[in-house]
Design a protein. Structure first.
Length: 380
């Protein structure tokens, strides 16, 4: 479970000022073992969010690093030039070769949920707290939640699912309580535990039956739509180098996949906005940066991509649980861009990938990946 660590800018930072990107880089360069999920400053309150609780040593390192933080911004990234002699001309004199290596920033890849499985559509999901589900029997074993397509972050459906948190900082893992006491989810391999879940149907099964007269409460997220958003952190620009979609061989196109690129109206069309072409909308109103790309068939992916990678063959299905294996061959359609596509936070830019009618694709597996680098936004 994620853990917030709160510090006072006035009392816990020697310089009494904080530069978030620089402080995060300093903390990630320490020996702290737990992943730093993010940070924020509101007035005097500095909040640092980690994926789990820190031990005493790591918290002491955090405290010392925050105290030593100068508040200075990260140094500008440079493009080193490598000059070397690579051959000789007819007279024997060395000939110089010059190679310029562009600054790349930090790698930030976006791996979507599965377009065939609404239990993975976490980004637009809705959180429900302490719902009392409807009993389906008289022995305290089976219960129906009010919603279906509960977000499942236990079966490896979403890459790095253990560290996902919603916009309010809540993890997506379900919580089940009986009379206020949290119960343990059944182990995904051994089945040991106190409850298990059919995430698609919203049916909760208690392995340890709930005693008569007790109160069962469930906290969870459920899918609202299929939107997956790719956007930079504040003050950053994403540079998309390449992208790909991965489909199991048995995929079925039951809906149109749509890629939309948005940005602030005042940033994308400042002259038109100043002339009143958009009426009374605020400057941060989102408009299309380019026409949306719509893929209505597998043929559309093949036509617009750079081709197709070699087929990835199915793996053997000898694991105790099928979810650990890949039962079908996988086809990958790549997009290798000749120049990176910049997505500026200062312009409110974002890419939204979705199914136009939120109808899940058929088949075992369907996902997309965007390979990016994150740099300082020069316009921020």
């Amino acid at each position: 479970m994620s853990q917030d660590y709160v510090r006072s800018v006035a009392n816990d930072v020697q310089a009494q000022t904080v530069n978030i990107p620089a402080l995060e880089a300093e903390l990630r360069a320490t020996d702290i073992k737990v992943v730093l999920l993010g940070s924020s400053v509101a007035g005097d309150v500095l909040t640092l969010t980690y994926a789990d609780s820190l031990d005493a040593t790591d918290e002491a390192t955090l405290t010392a690093t925050v105290w030593d933080h100068t508040g200075d911004a990260l140094p500008p990234e440079t493009s080193p030039v490598d000059i070397r002699a690579i051959t000789a001309d007819a007279t024997g004199a060395a000939k110089l070769g010059v190679s310029v290596f562009p600054a790349e920033g930090s790698r930030t890849n976006f791996i979507s949920h599965r377009w065939n499985d609404p239990t993975t559509w976490y980004q637009s999901s809705v959180r429900v707290v302490d719902e009392v589900p409807v009993s389906q029997d008289s022995v305290g074993k089976s219960y129906q939640l009010a919603n279906t397509n509960v977000i499942d972050v236990t079966h490896g459906k979403i890459f790095m699912e253990d560290f996902l948190i919603d916009p309010d900082g809540h993890p997506y893992m379900m919580k089940v309580k009986v009379d206020g006491v949290e119960k343990q989810m059944a182990d995904i391999d051994t089945g040991d535990g106190e409850w298990e879940m059919d995430y698609a149907s919203g049916v909760l099964t208690m392995i340890t039956n709930v005693p008569d007269g007790s109160t069962l409460e469930v906290t969870y997220h459920y899918a609202a739509d299929s939107k997956f958003v790719i956007k930079p952190d504040p003050g950053k620009v994403l540079r998309i180098k390449s992208a790909e979609v991965q489909f199991s061989r048995n995929v079925s196109m039951r809906d149109t996949v749509q890629f939309e690129f948005y940005g602030y109206v005042a940033a994308l069309d400042p002259e038109g906005y100043a002339n009143g072409d958009y009426g009374a909308v605020p400057p941060t109103e989102l408009i299309y940066a380019t026409k949306p790309s719509r893929y209505k068939s597998i043929h559309n992916f093949l036509s617009e991509s750079n081709g197709v990678y070699p087929i990835v063959p199915a793996t053997s299905s000898d694991s105790p649980n099928d979810f650990r294996d890949m039962r079908n061959d996988v086809v990958t359609f790549p997009w290798e861009y000749q120049a990176s596509i910049p997505v500026y936070s200062s312009a409110g830019m974002q890419i939204v990938v979705s199914l136009m009618n939120d109808r899940p694709l058929g088949g075992e597996f369907a996902t997309s990946t965007f390979y990016c680098y994150s740099e300082v936004d020069p316009n921020a």
